[in-house]
Design a protein around this ligand. Structure first.
Ligand SMILES: Cc1cc2nc3c(=O)[nH]c(=O)nc-3n(C[C@H](O)[C@H](O)[C@H](O)COP(=O)(O)OP(=O)(O)OC[C@H]3O[C@@H](n4cnc5c(N)ncnc54)[C@H](O)[C@@H]3O)c2cc1C
Length: 454
């Protein structure tokens, strides 16, 4: 068989034209679409799955602002609105280690539906981006595929919020992929049922875990020291004991991590316990392998919890996330790539689109924003090189691995997303390119949308 085939050229129907097209409806894309619509643009939001929310709803990542403590300063804006709306719609519960609410991954689907509807966004679920429509070096829309076949959507500005910079990459913008031996672990997330909450919480109180405990087992985690004695909903000891007892093989010392919320109904959600090294988030064969392996490991983790964790004796699997969770893959080589110093040292930028507290979680670092320190998020980190009319929001913005450990967090993705949405809308309105958009106007609109920019 030949290594390649030649696809014949074909006519593709244009099913929609809009001002701002956002692809990917995670924290980055959902915020971008809402912000652009609220700034007056005609917006389409394309998503490959059947719900908005990205990792929140697709993977089951519920800890939206688990970093928040008394002195934490934040941007507000759409990120805060996600929490407030979720609370108001009964889709959030208090989070155990912080002054925040944990989003309910199922309930948030309804919250996002409502937000999209209210903003007058044209939602287009069940369509996957497959190719850019280019006019020279400018993107003019995208080709999507779905049950309806191949279709084109044309737009004046496109925001790539796929998490993996799919559009930027296919449009020819330079991207950087973390080498597989350094990539942050992927996780198959799951929820369990049948937990005796009273007994489980008695066990937690009898032996409270701290962030220092993150350094047991397979990982050494760098902190500022101030985090070490603070409470963390960490589960490590049951898995260490299971290895000692021969119930779990020694190489699975990667199992362990945090539990999210335990409900009166006996459900325990956002079980972030399975960590899979070396998963390539943009290779479907790798994703296939690690989905299956992750599910196996999740069931091993449930067995261990049943055996060693008070209150979990009758626990059973309730559900897996709809997809494996990818923390790290492709990022754009942006006009400005955020540096370690920016996220560790309160970076300040004239083109700030919002602030984000000094919260770094990833690449072996955990720094919590307990001091009021914060950085600004620069617009240029969302501007790809070499492609016009395109912005990249969410976790694929430009930056070093350590910078990514801050910017990948969902609330930071909402800050960048809201900035991208406003900039795209204003650039259409004023007829200026995305590189020339007037930042004072963007910042004024963001302030009107209740974002703290500086
Ligand atoms: C297991 C795990 C635990 C985490 N824990 C936390 C945590 O506790 N707190 C925190 O703040 N962050 C956490 N993160 C990080 C955070 O979830 C992500 O970095 C964040 O969700 C990224 O937002 P995003 O909008 O860029 O992308 P995503 O949330 O990944 O959303 C991207 C969206 O684009 C869609 N999409 C992708 N490709 C296409 C395509 N070709 N066509 C159409 N649609 C497409 C996807 O279906 C998805 O809906 C965690 C991540 C993982 C994986």
């Amino acid at each position: 068989m030949a290594d390649v085939i030649l696809e014949p050229a074909r006519e593709v129907p244009v099913i929609r034209r809009c001002e701002v097209l956002v692809v990917g409806a995670g924290p980055g894309g959902l915020s971008a679409a809402l912000a652009a619509a609220r700034a007056g643009a005609d917006v389409c939001l394309v998503e490959r799955f059947g719900c908005y929310g990205g990792n929140i709803t697709v993977v089951g990542v519920e800890g939206f602002a688990w970093y928040r403590h008394e002195q934490t300063v934040e941007a507000g804006g759409i990120g805060r609105e996600f929490e407030e709306r979720a609370k108001a719609m009964g889709a959030a519960v208090p989070e155990s280690q912080s002054l925040s609410y944990e989003l309910d991954s199922e309930g948030f689907k309804l919250v996002a539906d409502r937000l999209v509807e209210e903003a007058g966004i044209r939602g287009m679920l069940h369509r996957a981006f497959v190719a850019p429509v280019m006019e020279g070096d400018a993107i003019a829309g995208v080709i999507v595929e779905s049950k309806a076949g191949r279709e084109a959507i044309l737009a004046k500005r496109v925001i790539d919020a796929t998490g993996d910079a799919d559009i930027a990459h296919r449009a020819g913008a330079p991207c950087i992929k973390t080498p597989l031996e350094e990539v942050q672990a992927a996780s198959v997330m799951f929820h369990i049922a049948g937990v005796d909450k009273t007994r489980f919480m008695e066990g937690v109180r009898a032996d409270p875990q701290t962030y220092k405990d993150w350094s047991s087992g397979e990982w050494e985690v760098e902190t500022d020291g101030k985090e070490d004695g603070m409470y963390s909903p960490f589960l490590g000891k049951p898995f260490e004991q299971a290895i000692r007892d021969g119930l779990l093989p020694a190489h699975l010392n990667t199992i362990g991590g945090t539990w999210g919320a335990v409900h009166d109904s006996g459900e325990m959600t956002y079980m972030n316990l399975v960590h899979l090294a070396g998963c390539d988030g943009v290779d479907p064969d790798s994703l296939t392998h690690f989905e299956v392996e992750g599910r196996k490991q999740a069931m091993q983790a449930v067995d261990v919890l049943r055996r060693y964790t008070p209150g979990c004796e009758g626990a059973r699997l309730r559900n897996f996330g709809m997809s494996i969770g990818i923390r790290d893959s492709r990022k754009i080589d942006a006009v400005y790539n955020m540096s370690d110093a920016d996220v560790r040292g309160q970076g300040r930028f004239e083109d700030s689109v919002g602030i984000y507290p000094e919260f770094i979680d990833g690449y072996g670092i955990l720094i919590l924003p307990t001091t009021g320190r914060y950085m600004q998020v620069p617009y240029r980190a969302m501007l790809p090189k070499g492609v016009e009319n395109l912005l990249v929001a969410g976790r694929a913005t430009g930056g070093s691995p350590v910078a990514h450990a801050a910017t990948r967090n969902m609330a930071c993705c909402t800050v960048a997303g809201q900035g991208a949405g406003v900039a795209a809308a204003l650039s259409v309105k004023t007829g200026s390119g995305l590189r020339e958009v007037n930042m004072s106007d963007v910042q004024a609109e963001l302030a009107r949308q209740e974002v703290r920019v500086f």
